[in-house]
Design a protein around this ligand. Structure first.
Ligand code: ADP
Length: 302
């Protein structure tokens, strides 16, 4: 079982020629809705890769609760641990995209912000025999840290995607079997530019010195660099035609956990994760773009 604690959102996307000014109404061209939230995206990725996955998080008691969970259900993820917070909205992102592909985003955390003791208890209840706990930073750092500590105590692998990035207490690093920042997040965590494999290797070294077991810095279309105390290796990206990079990191994390749970070694798992990230950028959307196991295996064979 892959246990995911994290954000569940609904993305509400308008396409418009131009953004309105204050007090102005413009008539847009299209409206699209997508399930989102990094936690939910990673659970969908793990489910599509064929793993048993359980989602722990919260939605509100509004009309967006059910659509926000639909793709999780369709991907075979167990959503019974998802709680409903009364008098609160489901987490949403209101996104406007203009003809120049610029975006304006207002995010409301809503029910995600009400995750707390109940979620900790639910995670605890799922950890026995679990293969991994996947964490991001869309719910409180304190809650995530407590769950990470519980997982460590039970010998369950903790994978942290430190996004949206913010400073982490020292104790959190020591609880991470694996940390998977992208280049921007790695840069924010270590305080030096991260743009290529050399700087990713330096950042990974810093993260290892803070106590993580494995540091993986993802570099978008370049690939990913991973390192442990034994050394590091660069995994180049799979060549694909990129359409929409949203959700690549979530695809990577979900697949990484699945590959490791299947007993693959770290290098092989990072390659499978990179293939999953690559497949996800060939389609638009986040959850909708998560590939199936067959698609990932096909890319790995190429
Ligand atoms: P995030 O979405 O968190 O910013 P990245 O963009 O670094 O994460 O993507 C995660 C992984 O997905 C990368 O390490 C890479 O292996 C793969 N990936 C991302 N973008 C591409 C791309 N354009 N082509 C091929 N692989 C990609």
């Amino acid at each position: 079982l892959i246990v995911v604690l994290g954000g569940i959102n609904m993305d509400l996307v308008t396409m418009t020629d131009r953004f309105p000014g204050a007090g102005e109404t413009v008539v847009g061209n299209r409206f699209l809705t997508y399930g989102g939230g990094k936690g939910a995206n990673q659970a969908v990725a793990a489910g599509r890769m064929g793993a048993r996955a359980a989602m722990v998080g919260r939605v509100g008691d509004d009309v967006f609760a059910s659509p926000a969970l639909q793709t999780l259900v369709d991907s075979g993820v167990n959503i019974s641990p998802v709680g409903i917070t009364p008098d609160t909205s489901t987490g949403i992102a209101v996104i406007s995209i203009n003809v120049d592909a610029q975006n304006q985003i207002i995010q409301v955390l809503g029910a995600n912000n009400t995750c707390g003791d109940e979620e900790e208890a639910k995670v605890m209840g799922l950890l026995d025999g679990a293969a991994a706990l996947l964490l991001q930073l869309e719910v409180s750092v304190e809650l995530s840290l407590r769950c990470a500590q519980a997982a460590r105590a039970k010998g369950v692998r903790v994978v942290l995607d430190p996004s949206p990035v913010r400073p982490l207490p020292d104790a959190f690093y020591g609880c991470c079997d694996i940390i998977t920042p992208n280049e921007t997040d790695a840069q924010a965590l270590v305080g030096m530019p991260v743009t290529d494999r050399e700087t990713a290797a330096q950042a990974a070294g810093t993260l290892l010195s803070r106590g993580v077991g494995t540091a993986i810095v993802t570099l978008g279309p370049q690939g990913a660099y991973y390192a442990t105390a034994e050394g590091g290796e660069f995994v180049p990206a799979f060549a694909v035609e990129a359409v929409d990079s949203v959700g690549a990191g979530d695809a990577f994390n979900g697949a990484l956990a699945v590959a490791l749970a299947e007993g693959r070694d770290l290098g092989e798992s990072v390659r499978m994760a990179a293939a999953t990230g690559a497949m996800s950028v060939t389609r638009s959307g986040a959850q909708d773009s998560m590939p199936t196991r067959e698609e990932v295996e096909a890319l790995l064979r190429q």
